[in-house]
Structure formats: C-alpha cells, structure tokens
Design a protein around this ligand. Sequence first.
Ligand code: FES
Length: 160
Amino acid sequence: MDERTLDEIIGRYPYPSGRTLGILREVQIKEKHIPMDTLKLVSEKLDTPLSDLFSLVTFYSFFSLKPVGEHLITVCMGTPCHVKGAEKILQSIQEHLGLSGDSSDGKYLETTPDNKFTVEIARCFGACSMAPVLHVDGDLYGYVTPEKIPEILTRYGWKR
Ligand code: FES
C-alpha cells in the first residue's frame, strides 16, 4: 500500500481507542492481506513496536499476512466437522485446485497461482449440526462431501 493511501486511512482514526485495529482492518480489506511493508509503515506512523502489530495480526483470524485470492474458502476443522470428514473435504479441494500443503499443525493458508482461490482452515462456525461445513466468501455450505466440491467450486468460476 502506498504511503498516501495509508495516511488517509490513519487520518480517519484520530482517537486512540480502537485505532490500530481499525487501521489494520481497512488495510486488510483494501489489500486483501496485510503486506509486511505496510505493517512496518503502520508501526512507524503509530510509533508502535512492529512486534506488537505482528502479534495482533497473527492473533485475529480476520487478518492475513499472505495475499488472499479473489475467493476465500474456509474449511471448518472443529472437532464435529473433523469427525465427519473435514480432512477429506480439504483434500478434495486441494486436488481440484492443484494445491498442496499440510494442515496437521492446525494451520493452512494456500492460494492458487492465478490468485483466484485461497483456502484456509478454521475452528467451528457454530454450524456443527450441518457438519462438515465450509464457507466460500461467507456463503455457508453444510453436509459437504468430497463429491460436492466440484459443484461448489464451479459456482465461483472454477473450471475443470
Ligand atoms: S465444528 Fe465445524 S461448525 Fe462447529
């Protein structure tokens, strides 16, 4: 993000309360992630240690330090979804989108080379009765099976 745009955003937050989160939230929405250069600039301009900002953006799942694609797929890996096959759902998505990576450490964030899809995992959307579930751009899909993945992806422009 260029400095002028960041200054405009910062200018909208004159009061300390909620300032940092508000600014970072706007950066996230505009850039679809928090670029490290921008985080450093925010650190300088707010006179806040970079390590504090880094802790903030890694704590809240809303923020991402990696670029996010046009469509964001979030697969629930909470226990009920896991028991009902969430791992197979993630594998199916990976196979169809040509993504790799491993979620065994409880983290996953991968983007297709064309920047069309980003896939991440999360814990419980509060829709356990429909397990396994996933979100695409905030649309909730329940009772998902690996066989349903191509149909879901097609709705967001995926082509075989
Ligand atoms: S565990 Fe997946 S919605 Fe609750």
